[in-house]
Design a protein around this ligand. Sequence first.
Ligand SMILES: NC(=O)c1ccc[n+]([C@@H]2O[C@H](COP(=O)([O-])OP(=O)(O)OC[C@H]3O[C@@H](n4cnc5c(N)ncnc54)[C@H](O)[C@@H]3O)[C@@H](O)[C@H]2O)c1
Length: 266
Amino acid sequence: MTDQTPKPVAVVTGAAGDIGMAIAAQLSATHIIAAVDIDMIALEGAVESLENHGADIAAIQCDLTKADDLARLAKEAARLGQVNTIINNAGAAAALTLHQMTAETLSRDLALNLEAALNCFKAFEQPLISSGAGNVVNIASVNGLSVFGHPAYSAAKAGLIHATRSIAVEYGKYGIRSNAIAPGTVKTQAWKIRQAANPDVFDEALSWYPFKSLPEPNDIASAVSFLISPAARCITGVCLPVDSGLTAGSPALARTFTQSPDFDGF
Ligand SMILES: NC(=O)c1ccc[n+]([C@@H]2O[C@H](COP(=O)([O-])OP(=O)(O)OC[C@H]3O[C@@H](n4cnc5c(N)ncnc54)[C@H](O)[C@@H]3O)[C@@H](O)[C@H]2O)c1
């Protein structure tokens, strides 16, 4: 890209959250950022701080579960330039267990964590195609790969991983790549209530991870940066765990199965 070539636009949803903000910050090196969130006050704060670090970034308020909002988002983002990248990062979990789940929380979890991402992709289908080299990255979760609670959110994330492959298979002919990332436990605002209930929640979580450091927002952002880069030119349809080994296996169980002290120390 020469200095004269305008930067393409990357749409980052949930950009007021910690992971979304880290993604927006890293992608601003190569893209104009359309920073999207339902929470405009938090979004404006995030955008101001990224602008102060030199990002070319616009705040766009949008409830991603609303069709009208998505249509407006597509128009506003198009005004910034050629959209070639969509990062579906907005997400949240409503019910903790199946016992607690209701028809209403099920709909809410599916609407935000699965339907909104697919609808957002559809809203930007034409610019992604016309860019000739589009990228979609869906922020899924380890919950989409194994059972860790939050069942409806997890089912939605599993669906999102499948949808990622569907986009890769059907839109590869347009030069569009589609990949997912499955973060492990990342210390963000989303953990506020659980951390208040148990201040040791992150230390307890860490004890289950083979690699002794939890992923941080920037680790997720680095994976996004890689997946949309030319270095990942032939990578599409994958789900990349950024989970410090959580889904690779369990040292404690390996200790039990082998009775080998080589698995001690966790
Ligand atoms: N934090 C973790 O441990 C973790 C682990 C695995 C996956 N993830 C995933 O990473 C992504 C980001 O998570 P986070 O921890 O940064 O969460 P966060 O709560 O800090 O940020 C999520 C953002 O999404 C926004 N949002 C919620 N509903 C929206 C809607 N309807 N329309 C537009 N924006 C909306 C929120 O306002 C918030 O700013 C989510 O998809 C989450 O499921 C997080």
